[in-house]
Design a protein around this ligand. Sequence first.
Ligand SMILES: [Zn+2]
Length: 489
Amino acid sequence: MASNTREAELKISSPTAEHITELLAAISKLQNRYHEVYQSELGIPSSLPSDYPHETSTILDALAYLSVSQGRPDSIALVLRINRNTQSVDIIASRNQDVPPASAVHLHQIWYFLRRLSNRYWEIYPNGTQETIVDREFRDISLKFAELCVRFSSKRLKEIIDSGFSDLMDVSAHIQDPGHAFYGFQDSIRTVRHMLSRDESTFADGDWRLLFFCILAIEKATDRLYKSGSIMAQELRQLWSLIRTGWLFRVRSIWESYDKLMKVTVSPQFRDIFNLQLNVHTISPETGKLSSIAESARQWEDVIEAALAYSNKYGDPRHTEPGVLDLSTIRSDTVYMAQEGVLRETVVHAEAKLLAAVEMSQQENPELPRVFTYISTTEPPCQGCDGFCRAFNITHGTTWKVQRWFEKACPSWAFPSELPRRDDILKATYNLLASDWAACYRGYLPKPASSYSDSAAESGGIGAVLDFYEDEAQNIMAKMMELRKDMEG
Ligand SMILES: [Zn+2]
């Protein structure tokens, strides 16, 4: 083995919740250093509970995007349960902080509009229709619904647009042709931003409708920009980087969510569901404080070493090959990691808290109908939540899913305090996070082949077989030497 590598020593045999937070803090620091993210394999559940129409996840996503009024810190997580016994639909909502009462009220208002639209549609088209809906009443309700959505989400939309606005303005410097589709797109964004910069108290009802149509104009301009075929061109690279980081997706999320909900109002599968009573339940947040966290480079090296040692011993070798520590990379990384401290305050993320609370209540009330096991969130789930969700499924044989996205680790992530079989899930979570990290971190190198037999010999089992092989090989070598002597003779 080269002198700058070393075997990872197993120092943690039974990881704690604090070890998970510390590992995520380490991963977060290194992701910031290398600008790397981790791509989840999760997504919409492949096998859906039979009681749920297949658009349920689409509806939940739309509701999650529409039920927050502020930007990123305000992400909400939602799950849905249909309870035929009580003729009700339960939406269970969770956030890193308290769920604002306004979000719960807004969900009720959205549901009211969905029911009115669905009922009106089936009243005029008892057999459904493939034609454009020409009914004036349906149109009026849909526009009132649009105004409601735009009014509630306007602050969030302004924050999103502002976060990429100067980059968007810079793009024009690289485009000579005034007829380029980009300019129509840029104008559509500027118009919406201009309206949103006005004081809301000066808005008349007609202004919210106008804003809605300005948002719709962004859709049309985006469509023209994509159809122009220039989206990947060199002069649009700044815009392309905004798209890659999800900016345009967020700008469009209000319109897209509204549009998806409008489509399900005419879906026969939801006809009776919209007429069920909606109950919105909220989950209390859970915060904590770490008793200690790594600070020095040496302590961060321990965190990195512990993860590899655990992955080597307990990880699935088909997923992550055993590795050794590359000391030169790790020493440089840990000096970087020690430059800034980590806050000790932690929070159980909305999606992890929601999963834990739903499963606990399900265990206490086994007669409750199963929820639809898809957690929808306004912002992409982090690596900790993704790992926790998979660990829960492995432990309990459940099918929980979160949105699919490029994920980052969050340094203040906390493991939920109450869970069925908590210790097993905790170990599985640490194992998954450590193994995922071991598979991609450049400070770990594949274990040289010779050290496989070294470590195997220590553990007995396979070593005994190899010892037998070695003995046999020596006998054969001796016989071959004799054979060669005979031949020479
Ligand atoms: Zn999270």
